[in-house]
Write a protein of this length. Sequence first.
Length: 210
Amino acid sequence: MKTFAIFGTFFLVIVCAFGSDTSITNESDVVQREKLFQRFIKEMHDATSKMSTNMDVTFPTNFDTPFFRNFFNQMVVDPSFGLRWDEVPAPTMTNSNAMAAVEAFVVTNGWNMYTNGLVFAMGSNKPNAIRGLPWIVIHDREFPALTDHGILYVMLTGWNLECNGVAYNPKTNAFAWGIRGFKHIGQHWYAWIAPEDTDKLTQQYEGAKP
C-alpha cells in the first residue's frame, strides 16, 4: 500500500520538525523516557494530521503501539538527548579522563580515516567503534565513529539514509558536505545530522551567534 510507504519516507522528517523543553530533571530514566514517548506520540499525531489534509494519503492515527514504541526506543539514545538531532546536551564529563577515549581513537586511527565527505552515507565509509564518550549516560556504550578532515564523527542513530550524532571538531574545520545540519554544544563538540531531505537546517560553528 502506498500509504505506509509514503509514511515511512516522511517518518524522521516529522520527528525532526519540532522543538521541545529539554530542561534538566531529577526524574528517573523510566519516567523521563515515558514522558518523551508521550511527546513523540503527540507530535507524530499532530504532524500526520496536518499532512493528511494536504495529501491524498491516510496516515496511522494510533502511535501508542508496540511497533512505534520499539522505533522510539531505537531512535532515542537517552531521554536527556531528546527527540531531535539538535537537542543533544553538552558533554557532562569534564574531568581529566573525559576525553581519553577520543584521544585514543585519534591516536589509533588518525584525523583523516576518510576524506571523501561522505561520512556515514550509504555505508560508503566503514567506521570503527568508540566507547567512553564524555556524557555520563552513554559513557559505557559503544557507537560507530570515523574521522574526516580533522573532525571525529560519532553516529548515535540512523534510519534509512538519514543519520545523526555528535562530532568533535577542535579546530573548527568545515563539516563534510553531507552534514547539512550542525550546532555547537560546548567543549568543541557539535550535534549533527545528515538528512535525507534538503531542507535548510541550523549550521552553527563554535563562536558564531545562534
